[in-house]
Design a protein around this ligand. Sequence first.
Ligand code: NOJ
Length: 554
Amino acid sequence: MTQHLAAPTHTLDGTRPGWWRDAVIYQVYPRSFADGNGDGMGDLDGVRSRLPYLKNLGVDAVWLSPFYASPQADAGYDVADYRAIDPMFGTLLDADALIRDAHELGLRIIVDLVPNHSSDQHEWFKRALAEGPGSALRERYHFRPGKGANGQLPPNDWESIFGGPAWTRTENPDGTPGDWYLHLFAPEQPDFNWDHPAVADEFRSILRFWLDMGVDGFRVDVAHGLVKAEGLPDIGGHDQLKLLGNDVMPFFDQDGVHDIYRAWRKILDEYPGDRIAVAEAWTPTVERTANYVRPDELHQAFNFQYLGTAWDATELRSVIDLSLAAMRPVGAPATWVLSNHDVTRHATRFANPPGLGTQIRDAGDRELGLRRARAATLLMLALPGSAYLYQGEELGLPDVTDLPDEVRQDPSFFRAAGQDGFRDGCRVPIPWTAEGSSYGFGSGGSWLPQPDSWGGLSVEAQTGDPDSTLELYRSALAVRREQPGLGEGDAVSWLDAPEGVLAFRREGFVCTVNTTGKAVSLPAYGQLLLASAAVAVDGGRVDLPADSTVWWAV
Ligand code: NOJ
């Protein structure tokens, strides 16, 4: 049911070459951003109506999580038709209008591409199942006979990232138990077989479809997962959860993925206006992440090592140095990210004791978490490279940790028996107004309940309040635009600083970060530009408040 678009496509005029090297890119999670039609679910019209807010916030580009036709088994990361918009989000005409409006405002649009797996409701998969064993369409996925006398055991020992086996057994058209198919995520997300030329062809065509629509780039979902090791070998008695992210797995970060991105880069380069792709590649090291952004591959890769770093000066300095050093040889900008739709928001995470990882939620100490989150954001925005923001972090939103089980929708909550893996807490619709239906999210409530505290954290409540987190973000992004070269370059010069404090110099600029719980006296480095907490400069010295960052013009 591909929709057809009559209107001509659109590109952003006046593109600054290399705009993405220092861009601040704001992630919109469409179902939770703004609801245009009052059905309790965010949509493209809602996003479109809030573009002026994003312009005013001061970001360069907007990355939209998936809005394609999907049964929503994994909030849209299970795509049934890559060229159609899910009716719950709107139509292709709405997408076109959104891209045009964004470009009018000088904002770029990046869309999510999900090439590792489709939905089980994708035409190919439905037909592959219906046609039974021997169907040529089954070769586009990973179908295998089971092990054991009656094929009753999965073909190998891989586990789904959401918990349970990575294989589901099919039923033959005659009702007998059949082959198994691979799904690294939910059973509703069968993995494509990227060795099949039809899969590669289809995705090159999908890229062109959206480039023709005028999008400025793609965020590539599970970019490290497309190619599986030949023969789909067992992991062999290891605890997969412990290996994930620490070791090369037979289904992640295989060298063959890079051929795919070389082909994609050629397509992106054919289009005018510096179109980009950013890899969601969870690799064991920043060096392996750098492989995805070699000059003939993708443009950026998320820096998950940075996202996973605790609020600790030594660890932060080390991950910053490692990230910059890893990107330098390939000439790609470093990227920085603190929150997204898969992890505990940093305002909650930083209130947890260190060492708990990115998925663990706790009600924690709200005030401490927010103080550190504000400081962490100013640190991130002072680093060379491109920064990603996740909707609502500019409001200092915490994770919602007390959602009742019956409202949860994250498939990992249902499959990850005993693990604290659910992600709904960072996906609660964001508050726009201090009062009213779903705090201005829309006129028809919200698909996940919002806490009572949401009104006080709304855009309306924070706008104009100089102490608010929203105004801190606005000021920081304004300074970043005005301060020549703040996002440019590939290095920082560290200055001597007491334990627990970071200080580094950039051209005409110094950033000081106090990660300790106590104020620290330092020389004032120059003229105070911005601070994440109230700070007074006295006689050439400053008391850097606990858990704070200060920007200086020097
Ligand atoms: C990564 C996405 O960010 C996440 O939300 C999704 O569940 C998985 N990929 C599977 O597509």
